[in-house]
Design a protein around this ligand. Structure first.
Ligand code: GSH
Length: 209
């Protein structure tokens, strides 16, 4: 039996799907509607996460993991692919955690959590969007001469940042003037497994919403 991901099309749990596909980790998907919190097959997300948020993983032994960062870290630890998996004793492990945390706190929660939600006014959303350039500068400088965030192969950190770019246009965040970052974005979104999952989620989001 494989682990099960509670997943809303195009939401951050898509990063976990990217990681599973790129790291060849089998994953069962339970689709849900993030507005109603209802699973396609019945039942409520609130029963597994009282906050009503994805990402949530149910592991084989029944334990539940919340938080996209944790789900990504667990998932990558299960990968049979040595190029994808990084373990604590290996080079790059803490760099991978660094970039996963950056995606979670500086991009996902700091920016998307405001611009995609109703609580903030347009003025506040604009001020939050203005935080993006500094973060893009950091990423752009890091990606100079690099193909991936960590080492020479795709990692769980790339899965998170790639998901950010799936929704960045919709959030009115422009990264096109950051040469290294833009080239990274284009390469990641063009990866066959990634683009197939984005398409799958886009089609699913039409019939689930
Ligand atoms: N702390 C959680 C939060 C993730 C989060 O904000 N998920 C969004 C989708 S990208 C969500 O479930 N939003 C629904 C809601 O807040 O009601 C994590 O890091 O995974």
């Amino acid at each position: 039996m494989t682990a099960t991901l509670m997943h809303a099309p195009l939401a951050c749990s898509l990063a976990v799907r990217f990681a599973a596909a790129e790291g060849s980790v089998p994953l069962k998907i339970r689709f849900l509607n993030l507005q109603t919190k209802e699973f396609e097959t019945g039942g409520s997300l609130y029963d597994v996460n009282p906050l009503g948020q994805v990402s949530v993983l149910r592991l084989k032994d029944g334990q539940v993991l919340t938080e996209t960062s944790t789900c990504l870290l667990w998932l990558q630890s299960q990968s049979p692919d040595e190029g994808f998996r990084r373990m604590p004793e290996e080079d790059g492990y803490f760099q991978m955690i660094r970039w996963i945390s950056f995606c979670a706190t500086e991009l996902h929660k700091q920016i998307f959590r405001i611009v995609f939600y109703d609580e903030a006014t347009d003025e506040v959303k604009k001020r939050i969007r203005d935080l993006a350039p500094k973060r893009f500068e950091v990423l752009d400088a890091h990606l100079a001469g690099r193909s991936f965030l960590v080492g020479d192969t795709f990692s769980a950190a790339d899965a998170y940042l790639t998901w950010f770019f799936v929704l960045a246009d919709r959030a009115q965040l422009k990264s096109s003037s950051y040469k290294n970052l833009q080239s990274y974005r284009d390469r990641m979104l063009a990866r066959p497994k990634i683009s197939a999952l984005i398409e799958d989620d886009r089609l699913k989001s039409m019939d689930i919403r």
